[in-house]
Ligand binder design. Structure first.
Ligand SMILES: [Zn+2]
Ligand SMILES: [Zn+2]
Length: 232
């Protein structure tokens, strides 16, 4: 399989051997989605239509707040807040046809939906799906890439689940068992290392280790948390 515009980003992510490669892939796509929405795209009517409708999750709106382009954010919020006003309040006006309970249920439902949707998450996940499709093609066609997957230090728990659930659908009966074996042995090996480090970290609090240097164990809790929360 020749290197092309699709395979390069996947190869680059797997060349680094530090933590979960899918988390790295997601972080890059997240940056790109944030750059996109905070840039000129937010003035495009079809993009704005989507941001007005979907809004942003707490994590992404916080990330947008830390960026310098405050006016972009304010303009998007101006029309998004207007849409919230219409969707949550304007379209559920009190009337003789509806009881307060049914109005409240519909209004709460619309408000809840907006709090759960996010333009950046949607855009990032669409790109992630495409990169994972490429990853599965590379797994099927490139021995070198298969080796690179086997040499990863770990996949986080959520991405272990993601790779397997998508792999079952994307790989044929011949390629999937080898993929499953590789991804599970990498993850299990990573988990063994984390367990060992966490036990080592706990033992450092024993009085017999008083004053001893934590060395690499200093990162034990941070690494175990990253394995669990998928930000590795
Ligand atoms: Zn991950
Ligand atoms: Zn989001």
């Amino acid at each position: 399989m020749k290197e092309d515009i699709c395979t390069i980003p996947v190869n680059e992510v797997f060349e680094v051997k530090d933590g979960c490669p899918i988390c790295r892939m997601r972080a890059e796509l997240e940056e790109r989605a944030l750059d996109f929405v905070m840039g000129a795209a937010m003035m495009e009517p079809d993009i704005r239509h989507e941001t007005n409708h979907l809004g942003f999750c707490p994590q992404h709106i916080n990330m947008m707040c830390t960026r310098s382009n405050r006016l972009s954010l304010a303009l998007m919020l101006e029309s998004h807040l207007e849409e919230i006003d219409n969707a949550v309040f304007g379209s559920h006006q009190p009337s003789v046809l509806h009881s307060p309970a049914s109005l409240a249920t519909a209004s709460a439902g619309d408000a809840g939906e907006i709090t759960h949707s996010c333009y950046v998450c949607n855009r990032m996940n669409r790109s992630l799906d495409k990169e994972l499709d490429t990853l599965f093609k590379m797994w099927k066609n490139e021995a070198e890439f298969r080796e690179s997957v086997r040499n990863q230090p770990c996949f986080c728990l959520a991405d272990y689940a993601l790779l397997l659930s998508k792999g079952i659908k994307s790989l044929d009966k011949k390629s999937f068992p080898e993929f499953y074996e590789a991804v599970s042995s990498v993850t299990r090996k990573g988990l063994d290392g984390l367990r060992e480090d966490i036990s080592g970290f706990c033992k450092m609090y024993d009085y017999r280790n008083n004053g001893a240097d934590f060395g690499n164990l200093r990162d034990a809790v941070k690494n175990a948390v990253a394995f669990l929360n998928g930000r590795r």
